[in-house]
Design a protein around this ligand. Structure first.
Ligand SMILES: [Fe+2]
Ligand SMILES: [Fe+2]
Length: 444
């Protein structure tokens, strides 16, 4: 029943034993990572082991009590039920889950998303600002070797290299025929009805009048969000091609047919925002000053890196990384949250009707793109179940990137105009992400 874990120096300590706990505390206090990321955590925390009777030698123990102050762990001991009122946050899971998190370096936020870890007490928003600290705490726990590095390497190991020229041996249309009942073809039918809208037909006259009446701070938040949407739409337009190329090489004609509408729509979204700026704003603002650190990591680096990797490596693992980044995080978590919040903000304040009209159309397009992404990921995971763990690891990091971007958006404002709330953004983004995990059967 008891696992023994390899300790960094001397003999192994039994998992969850008193000695193991003492080792853990010492490791936290000598962890540079925890010092760096835990500086803002000044509250007691309980990590509850819901089936603790199986693992803890202490009958009163419900888990672990950690008193954390400014990057230091003052106290780490077994927690009892009496400690619960004193803890600011209580995270609970079965012993097996805690062990898995310790062993594999799994991100606590991702485990919360998947429902394997529960937040019994405390704020999800607060926790999302402390994910690196929480991870550093678990990383410090005496554990067996981390599997994360070897898992990441699998991306390169799975590479099947460049395929070069392949002649056609037959065609779907002239053999089995196009499958009109397939999901991509159904999406394509929708795209031809709902995706046919022209940004040039949208009137921005009232928007221009509204714009002149806005305060400087109100203009700033609209310029700020526009700067993120504009570059985001341009990035997804620029970066989609390698995925289309892979799907075409695999002769998946129904999927490629749908993807022709996908890229066309992204191009229109890019056009739409630029038209708005040109028609409504008196002068072009400095948009790129709003592209801050975490935004750049995702949109300048990780998105093009994941998609361009397909040019040399079209393996299922590489496709999963691309679609996870593009469809699950950029579109399915960030864009969907941003557009929903932006639309509500404009509608509630009855301003910028042209922008509202475009966002309604654009949201419909995005829902098809995300639906395709989920279809693709489902197909890849059902054909390659061995890649599930690797894909989850990738999502863990990307989800943190996404929440970091949300925190970053709100940093420049003491009071955010139009009553925009960071908590709403985070809550909506997390719910969307969880919905997608559910559709992928990755949530318990
Ligand atoms: Fe888009
Ligand atoms: Fe999209």
């Amino acid at each position: 029943m008891f696992n023994t874990f390899k300790r960094k120096q001397d003999e192994p300590a039994t998992i969850f034993s008193k000695k193991w706990i003492d080792d853990w505390k010492a490791a936290i206090n000598s962890s540079d990572e925890y010092k760096a990321h835990g500086a803002g955590w000044n509250a007691p925390l309980i990590l509850k082991v819901t089936d603790s009777h199986k693992f803890l030698n202490n009958p009163d123990a419900i888990g672990f009590y950690l008193d954390l102050k400014a990057g230091v762990c003052d106290e780490l001991r077994y927690a009892s039920a009496k400690d619960e009122p004193n803890a600011d946050a209580i995270l609970s899971a079965v012993a097996e889950t805690w062990i898995k998190m310790i062993e594999s370096g799994k991100d606590p936020l991702m485990m919360l998303m998947k429902g394997k870890l529960k937040l019994e007490k405390g704020s999800m928003v607060l926790l999302s600002t402390q994910t690196k600290a929480a991870k550093a705490l678990l990383d410090a726990a005496p554990a067996v070797e981390k599997i994360k590095e070897s898992a990441n390497n699998a991306y390169t190991e799975k590479s099947n290299g460049s395929s070069g020229y392949t002649e056609h041996t037959s065609f779907v249309s002239t053999t089995r025929g196009i499958d009109f009942d397939s999901f991509p073809m159904k999406l394509f039918q929708k795209a031809k009805v709902f995706g046919i809208w022209n940004p040039a037909d949208i009137s921005f006259e009232k928007d221009r009048e509204d714009w002149k009446k806005l305060t400087a701070e109100e203009k700033k938040i609209i310029i700020h969000l526009s700067a993120l949407f504009m570059a985001g739409e341009e990035a997804v337009t620029l970066d989609l091609l390698p995925l289309i190329r892979v799907i075409a090489n695999e002769k998946r004609i129904e999927e490629e047919i749908f993807l022709t509408s996908f890229l066309w729509e992204e191009a229109k979204h890019t056009e739409f925002f630029s038209r708005f700026v040109y028609k409504v704003m008196e002068q072009k603002p400095d948009f790129e000053s709003f592209h801050t650190h975490f935004y750049k990591i995702l949109f300048y680096q990780k998105l093009p890196s994941a998609l361009q990797a397909l040019e040399n490596d079209s393996s299922p693992a590489s496709q999963l990384r691309a679609s996870g980044t593009y469809n699950m995080i950029v579109e399915g978590t960030l864009a969907e949250t941003g557009y929903e919040a932006y639309y509500r903000m404009l509608a509630e304040n009855n301003i910028l009707p042209g922008m509202q009209e475009g966002i309604i159309k654009l949201k419909q397009d995005e829902s098809r793109h995300i639906a395709y992404g989920i279809y693709l990921i489902n197909r890849l995971l059902s054909e390659n179940p061995d890649l599930i763990e690797l894909f989850e690891l990738e999502l863990e990091t990307l989800l943190t990137d996404a929440t970091n971007i949300i925190h970053e958006i709100f940093e420049p404002y003491e009071v955010v105009p139009f009553g925009l709330k960071k908590e709403w953004f985070l809550d909506f983004a997390i719910k969307q992400f969880q919905n997608r995990l559910e559709k992928l059967n990755l949530r318990v």
